[in-house]
Design a protein around this ligand. Structure first.
Ligand code: PFF
Length: 511
């Protein structure tokens, strides 16, 4: 008889799910996107994406994992044996696509936490970041060598991830998130209040939130909002399915899905105050008028915003700037690690479900291969690889995963039968509207976004990279996950999937 591990409390489960959702993406990616895509007006497509795809799919993943009592692999296999492949593909895509570079960025955050102690970036944070720290090469194939300090910090991140995941979920991930999440909320609030008390903060917030409704006519604003919702909620990763499989029978799945999604999005919105208040101060400290041009000069995308603009602002702060720097990069590190552990769990859950191998062995192998895979992103041209892989997996992998998930659950399992299970165990009832969202609206929106995105890259290419490089790196990252998923699917089950977990009768069947 095999006992499936269980969360020791609802709060533990919620904190772990929120921990997976809140990650590196929330702290600067959201605020930057909002600024770029119409400021306060971006909240309209973002909110619509949350309501029409984010929350319904979160409920779907919680319901699926809970009703099938299994990882994404076991759950999809139990729906139909032909769907097992898809159950493998989701977590493998994230593990060998996103995780390999995600841990490297967490490593950078660790490095920058230390750099904050003596403001090591000096007066030129931009050249410090790309030349001294990353030692950035010119082309993707110019890998040169491993960058020592990043190699070490990435190794430390993998070691921490291994250490947390090595133990059973209720003793490893649950305990870690019970410490990490409250700490993250407190640190973020400190940064928000600190930032908002600075001179010029009001101007920064004005630029963050001022609505530019004309931007809503631009389709790319809508695709960005849907893409961001998927990434930020960790949907289509197989994570939430695995996490929900460890829940007890009576669980308010609808409420939990709602809380996880809303807390995550609120956190992004609030973290934006910490980012933009400080940028407002930077413009003020440079002595320029707070005009659009002045902000355009300081606001930079993704990596540059966190590792160039922010350090520059930290150096300018009137007091305790080292402490501010440590707190900011510590926030990023904590948020990143609580997300990283969740994908290791999703895959560990899948492998143990199918092959009945000891959990500790699986976690060790995953972390060791993950660390080896990260090495390419630690080389001199790592940033270029990171940029390309990130783009391909997020745009062409995750949205496709979400689309297929809606189709398989909506039409093969039938949304109605999953809703019946969800309503049988939750105290909040789902109405029939959810079935329509899963069967029609969400896949229609995701499918349209996908086609538009593909047409866009064919027409315009991506950034300054040559098409050959793009396809070789980006497509191969996708192809690797296809091959791995096929290999794992073909390999025979150690036990019959239906017998992997022995549960009381009423737990096993979907009503
Ligand atoms: N939800 C995470 C974020 O917003 O940063 C994304 C994520 C990436 C989750 C990688 C899990 C993961 F393994």
């Amino acid at each position: 008889m095999e006992e499936r591990p269980k969360w020791s409390s609802q709060t533990g489960f919620l904190l772990a799910a929120i921990g997976s959702a809140i990650g590196l993406g929330n702290i600067w990616r959201f605020s930057y996107m909002a600024y770029q895509n119409g400021g306060g007006a971006f909240l309209i497509p973002y909110f619509l994406a949350l309501v029409t795809a984010g929350i319904p799919l979160m409920i779907l993943e919680f319901g699926l994992g809970h009703s099938m009592k299994g990882s994404s692999v076991l759950s999809f296999r139990r729906i139909d044996r032909r769907l097992e492949w898809f159950g493998w593909w989701m977590p493998l895509l994230v593990m060998y696509g996103i995780m390999l570079y995600y841990t490297v960025i967490i490593g950078w955050c660790l490095n920058y936490t230390l750099f904050s102690l003596n403001l090591a970036w000096g007066k030129e944070p931009a050249s410090f970041f790309s030349e001294t720290f990353l030692r950035k090469a010119k082309g993707a194939w110019d890998l040169q060598d491993i960058v020592g300090p990043i190699f070490v910090s990435t190794g430390v991140v993998w070691l921490i991830t291994w250490f947390i995941c090595y133990k059973e979920v209720n003793r490893g991930i649950e305990r870690a998130c019970k410490i990490f999440m409250p700490a993250l909320f407190v640190l973020t609030l400190v940064l928000v209040f600190w930032g908002c008390s600075l001179k010029g903060a009001g101007d920064g917030l004005k630029f963050y939130l001022k609505p530019d409704l004309s931007k809503l006519k631009d389709v790319s604003v809508w695709t960005s909002a849907y893409g961001q919702i998927f990434f930020t909620l960790s949907i289509g990763f197989g994570i939430m399915i695995a996490y929900a499989s460890y829940l007890p029978r009576k669980t308010n799945l609808v409420k939990n899905a709602f809380i996880t999604s809303v807390v995550n999005c609120l956190y992004s919105f609030i973290a934006g105050f910490a980012v933009f208040s400080v940028l407002g101060y930077l413009v003020y400290a440079q002595g320029t008028a707070p005009t659009r041009e002045a902000f355009e000069n300081v606001v930079k995308e993704g990596a540059a915003l966190a590792f160039v603009t922010y350090p520059q602002a930290i150096s300018e702060l009137p007091a305790f700037n080292r402490l501010f720097g440590v707190l900011f990069f510590l926030c990023l590190t904590i948020a990143g690690i609580s997300s990283a552990i969740s994908i290791i769990e999703a895959l560990t859950c899948a492998v143990t479900d199918k092959f009945s191998v000891a959990r500790r062995k699986v976690v060790s192998i995953l972390c060791a291969t993950g660390f080896l895979g990260s090495i390419v992103f630690v080389c001199h041209s790592g940033l270029i690889w990171l940029d390309i892989v990130d783009r391909f997996i997020n745009h062409y992998g995750l949205v496709l995963a979400g689309f297929l998930e809606c189709v398989f659950i909506g039409w093969i399992l039938k949304a109605r039968s999953l809703r019946k299970h969800i309503n049988a165990v939750s105290s909040w009832n789902l109405s029939q509207i959810w079935d329509y969202l899963i069967k029609f609206l969400s896949p229609a929106i995701l499918g349209t976004i996908y086609v538009m995105d593909v047409v866009n890259i064919i027409k315009k290419g991506y950034g300054e990279y040559p098409t050959k490089t793009l396809l070789l790196i980006g497509l191969n990252a996708l192809i690797l996950s296809f091959i791995l998923a096929t290999v794992f699917t073909i390999y025979p089950w150690r036990r019959k999937p239906e017998l992997v977990i022995h549960e009381p009768e009423e737990d096993k069947v979907l009503v």
